[in-house]
Design a protein around this ligand. Structure first.
Ligand code: GH3
Ligand code: MG
Ligand code: MG
Ligand code: MG
Length: 312
């Protein structure tokens, strides 16, 4: 974007983004002690455009779940180290993986054993050998539904951004990773200036348009690896992994300037809005609570300092 902007073209793009968000390829974690079987399953799914990762040792599963973020798990029943059903139980004990579909894929054809397995946290049971088209259809429909459900749990319905709870979860995950890898990370809090006046003067629907526009603006301008959340009503939270405070300041200050140029068509005069932003950087000791407090303090300084500014 250059120069001043019309908000309606932005809103059009929100719709496109929301529609295309579903076209991210599905991700399937395959856990099977047999390399031959796993390779076959992988090939079938990959040919259908589905991304896979295979584990031959069930013991690694929890680490890979956190990192790979699968839409669905395909689980073997019989493995030397642990039964598939035991692993399913362990996975289900983690709050975050309660709703990830688990599909057993096994040569076991005893119905009672299959039903027992389903009772242990499985969602479906496919018997080997299975037709590729059957496997693909099962994976696609299950993964699709799981994605819709997950989106409802972690996303804010007005903007499609992550909600408050999930934003904090992502901050926690990202800072754990950054600390482990010795990388930098920044956390930013954004709050629209004098937003009450926007609602009072132009009405609540206009307020909503401003919130949606800023959400899309952040999505377009930040990196794909950054996490953007709606922290509260007109407040946003951004996690910027692998970013120094100087770089975070640069990108957010640029966004601040550009956002202030957007004209929202209105009578008698078009509306323009600004926001204030507070940034904090991960230090070795900082936990999530300290990070949010520090960002909040920086935001407060930005407001006190006259608004429409970024502080760190
Ligand atoms: P400041 O510059 O100090 O941030 O002033 P402000 O008016 O933005 O501050 P305050 O936090 O007091 O007001 C936020 C307002 O945002 C109050 C609330 O009515 C409005 N708001 C919160 N959520 C929504 C929403 O989803 N839609 C709309 N239209 N307004 C909202
Ligand atoms: Mg096996
Ligand atoms: Mg506020
Ligand atoms: Mg405000």
């Amino acid at each position: 974007f250059t120069g001043s902007l019309d908000a309606s073209s932005l809103l059009e793009r929100i719709e496109i983004f929301t529609r295309t968000a579903h076209y991210e390829p599905f991700r399937v974690l395959i856990i099977d002690d047999s390399r031959a079987q796993a390779t076959h399953t992988e090939r079938v799914l990959n040919n259908a455009g589905i991304i896979t990762r295979t584990l031959n040792e069930p013991i690694q599963a929890i680490n890979h779940l956190a990192e790979f973020q699968p839409d669905l798990i395909i689980l073997d029943m019989y493995m030397p180290d642990c039964m598939g059903t035991e692993l399913a139980k362990v996975i289900r004990q983690h709050e975050r993986y309660v709703s990830v579909p688990i599909i057993y894929l096994s040569a076991e054809d005893d119905l009672d054993k299959q039903l027992d397995a389903m009772n242990e946290g499985g969602d479906d049971f496919l018997t080997k050998p299975i037709k590729p088209s059957h496997l693909i259809a099962t994976v696609r429909t299950r993964a699709e539904r799981a994605r819709h459900l997950k989106a409802r749990i972690v996303r804010d319905s007005l903007t499609g951004l992550y909600n408050h709870t999930h934003s904090l979860q992502l901050l926690e995950d990202a800072s754990t990773r950054a600390r482990r890898d010795g990388q930098s990370l920044c956390f930013a809090m954004i709050d629209i200036d004098h937003f009450k006046q926007v609602n009072d003067t132009y009405g609540h629907p206009m307020g909503d348009r401003v919130i949606k526009s800023l959400a899309l603006f952040l999505k377009q301008r930040l990196r794909k690896t950054d996490h953007i959340g709606r922290y509260g009503g007109e407040e946003f939270a951004v996690v910027l992994p692998d970013t120094s405070a100087a770089d975070a300041f640069k990108v957010l200050d640029e966004i601040r300037q550009r956002f202030a140029e957007i004209r929202f068509p209105a009578q008698p005069v078009d509306l323009t809005c600004t926001f204030s932003c507070g940034i904090t950087e991960l230090s070795m000791a900082a936990d999530t609570k300290t990070l949010t407090q520090q960002a909040d303090e920086a935001l407060y300084r930005a407001k006190k300092g006259g608004r429409n500014r970024v502080e760190r």
